[in-house]
Design a protein. Structure first.
Length: 396
């Protein structure tokens, strides 16, 4: 009897283990994927025509496959709680095993700018999947299915989570739909997306995910040293994107549940009006039109003069440091880029971040820096994209 009881307990344990690790059809259990809807397929011929119409014929050299575009939702974590995020996921139509590439977009505020909402823009960008990548474009937390949350702008942990969890969900959908993923991962992104790319790179190095082999990343034109960005803004007389400053402050206030008053950071009438500008109904340009480009008229005098000395700003400065990405040593290939004429997200911030990594011991064979010579924040994207694709293709 005793032996039979032990066999029974072992059998129950074994069945429980199997049921927890696999789905009923023998496929791995779903951990992150919540839903998936095919948006539409697009042939290689259609992609080539679109590329020609856009005046981007140089992209045609990378195109190989028809593609199928999906809109997905997936589980991620924000402030310690599970939420549902969203994004676009595109598969190249091939039986060959291919890598993934996640592309992280730049700063946006309006809910209608998200990749799953602005499909005309982002399904065009999804055509990069034709080059032989399972291509991800996360909405980011605060957009798409999670637009009830204020986007955690330049917050390292939640930004990285929104990328790495979508990678897991993409792997799960690939299995469901019969696409072959070879396990290799590439990360790319521009502007805030450059910051998001580096945050996800660091996260994947420090917290590896089974079945996701990070091969390389290519962050471009991001503000990796957040404290350095603050110091740059405070050194200016005028700044033509004042909504960036407000976005960071409101984001950190939300993420950290601060008691600090916006009137300690901004002058009136802006301090009172700012929260209403970031409800998703306005884009960055529309918010800028309601602000001032004169830094001393926008920020409070105490904030400008006492950010590093007054105790009431200590938690803000701590957040700048906590979310900076210049204080670690990558061990997986990273291609950094920045336009030399960029004053929106300053070129020097990337140079300083690169040099700090090198001073901490980063190898020049692992981390490289490419000047986008003569390019501004707006003009540097396509030169970056072409060089990024060239570098990734060599590592596929």
């Amino acid at each position: 009897m005793k032996t039979s009881k032990h066999y029974l307990l072992f059998f129950i344990f074994f069945v429980t283990l199997i049921s927890c690790s696999d789905s009923d059809d023998g496929q791995p259990a779903i951990q992150k994927l919540e839903s998936a809807t095919e948006v539409f397929p697009r042939s290689k011929t259609e992609i080539e025509s679109l590329v020609d119409l856009a005046g981007l014929s140089d992209l045609k050299q990378y195109l190989e496959y028809d593609i199928s575009i999906y809109e997905i939702t997936y589980k991620t974590t924000f402030k310690g709680e599970e939420i549902i995020a969203s994004g676009l996921l595109t598969f190249p139509e091939t039986d060959q095993a291919v890598p993934m590439m996640s592309f992280q977009h730049g700063t946006m505020v309006g809910h209608d700018e998200a990749p799953t909402q602005d499909k005309s823009t982002y399904t065009f960008l999804s055509s990069v999947a034709s080059a032989g990548y399972i291509l991800l474009i996360p909405d980011f937390i605060g957009f798409g299915s999670s637009d009830n949350i204020l986007h955690p702008y330049y917050h390292k942990e939640s930004t990285a989570n929104s990328v790495t969890d979508m990678l897991i969900a993409a792997k799960e959908l690939a299995v469901q739909e019969g696409y072959s993923f070879n396990g290799d991962v590439f990360l790319s992104g521009y502007s805030e997306g450059g910051y998001a790319t580096m945050a996800a790179h660091q996260s994947l190095e420090e917290n590896p995910i089974d079945g996701l082999n990070l091969v390389a990343s290519a962050p471009s034109s991001g503000g990796y040293d957040v404290k350095g960005m603050q110091e740059y803004f405070f050194s200016l007389t005028t700044y033509d994107q004042p909504f960036y400053l407000a976005f960071v402050a409101l984001s950190y206030e939300s993420v950290y549940d601060w008691t600090i008053s916006l009137s300690d950071l901004f002058q009136e009438p802006y301090a009172t009006a700012l929260p209403g500008y970031f409800d998703g109904s306005l884009n960055g340009s529309q918010i800028n039109d309601r602000l001032t480009t004169t830094v001393s008229d926008f920020l409070s005098p105490d904030f400008l003069s006492g950010v590093d000395t007054e105790n009431k700003y200590a938690e803000l400065v701590d957040a700048f440091e906590e979310n900076s990405l210049d204080n670690w040593v990558p061990t997986v290939r990273m291609f950094m880029y920045h336009g030399t004429d960029d004053i929106t997200v300053p070129y020097q911030n990337s140079v300083d971040s690169y040099n700090k990594m090198k001073s901490l011991g980063a190898s020049s064979e692992i981390v490289s820096f490419t000047d986008l010579e003569g390019h501004t924040h707006g003009s540097g994207f396509f030169p970056y994209l072409y060089d990024c694709l060239d570098n990734f293709d060599k590592l596929k």
